[in-house]
Design a protein around this ligand. Sequence first.
Ligand SMILES: Nc1ncnc2c1ncn2[C@@H]1O[C@H](COP(=O)(O)OP(=O)(O)OP(=O)(O)O)[C@@H](O)[C@H]1O
Ligand SMILES: [Mg+2]
Length: 353
Amino acid sequence: MVLFKRKKAPLLGIDISTAAVKLLELSRSASRYRVEGYAVTPLPQDAVVDKNIANVEVIGNTIKSVIKQSGTRLKHAAVAVAGSSVITKTISMPANLTEEEIEAQIELEADQYIPYSLDEVSRDFEVQGPNEKNPDMVDILLVASRRENVEDRVAALELAGLNAEIVDVEAYAVENAFNLIVDQLPGGDKDRTVVIADTGATLTSLNVIHNNRIIYTREQNFGGKQLTEEIQRRYGLSYEEAGLAKKLGGLPDNYTAEVLEPFKQAMAQQIARSLQFFRSSSTHRNVEVIVLAGGCASIPGIETLIGENLGTPTLIANPFINMALSARVSQQGLNRDAPAMMIACGLALRSFD
Ligand SMILES: Nc1ncnc2c1ncn2[C@@H]1O[C@H](COP(=O)(O)OP(=O)(O)OP(=O)(O)O)[C@@H](O)[C@H]1O
Ligand SMILES: [Mg+2]
C-alpha cells in the first residue's frame, strides 16, 4: 500500500473520524467546484479510539451507509491517517534523479531515515521541490505510518466496495483544503500566518499555515466528547441522546450557563495554550486570523468568545463558500456540517491533482 499514490479515476473523499464517517464527492468545471454528493453518518461510541479503527466491520457498514445516503456512484476513494500516527522526515537528493531512482535510493537507505521495518510500517515519499540552499538538490518528504493504521482503513473501504486509491495524512488534507477558505479571510496578504483550530470529538489540532504551507501542528486531547459525557452524566442521557441534544437543543435551562459555557471557556483555553506553544517556537508570531473547524466550531457564539479571549479575529471555516451544489445536496445540511468537512474536502480535492 502506498501513500500519495497518483489517482486514475475521480475520487470520493472519505474521512473516517472519531464521531462519524464523512463522504464528499466534488466535480470541477472551469475553476469552480461543485458538490455532487455528501453525507455524514455518526459512528457508535468506541468504533474509532485514539484515531485507530477498533472495529473494521462497523466502519465498513457505516461507509456503506454514507455511500447510500449520498447517492454517489464513485468506486475510488481517498482516505487519511491521523497526523499523530505518522512519522515524517525531509531529506535532500540530487535534482537530476528520476522518481524510480529516488525510490530505489530511499528503499536502500530507508532504515536510516525511518527506523522501522516494512513489516511494521507503510512508507511513501513525495518530492516537494528544490532545496532552498542548493538548487541542485530537491527536498523529499518521507512519510511512514503504522501498517495497521493504513490497512484497517483500506479494509473498511473494501468492505463497502470502495477502492482506496490514496491514503493521505489528515494534516496534509487540511493544508490542501486551505485554498477553499482563502476568500473568507480578511486582507489578502500573501505572506500571512493563519491558524486553523480543529476541535472535533476527541482532539483539538492546531495547524498554523504560512504561505499556504503548514509550518506547525499541535494536537491536544480535547473535544466535544467531553461535553457529550458531561450532558450524559448531568441529565442521565445515552451517548446518542446527548449527542443529538447538543445539536438540536431541548436540554434543561441550566445547560447553557452550567455546562455549555464552561466547555466553551475550556475550548478557548485549549486553543490559547496551543497558540502559546506555537508562538514560543516560531518567528512567525503574528497570527492574522484564527479559523475554527471541526464540529465544535458549530457551537453558537464560539467564534466571538475565542476572538475576544485571544484578541485575534476569529471566524468559522466554510470550505464550500465558493462551490456550486448539485440539486441532490441539501444546502442547509451542508452548511451545518461545513466546518467539520475540511478533511473530507482536502481528500476529495485529490481528484484534481
Ligand atoms: N451544533 C453543534 N453544537 C455542539 N457540538 C456539536 C455541534 N455539531 C457537532 N458538534 C460536536 O462536534 C463533534 C464532532 O466534530 P467532528 O465531526 O469534527 O469530530 P471528529 O472529526 O469525528 O473527531 P476527531 O477529530 O476527534 O476524530 C461531536 O462531539 C459533536 O457533538
Ligand atoms: Mg476531526
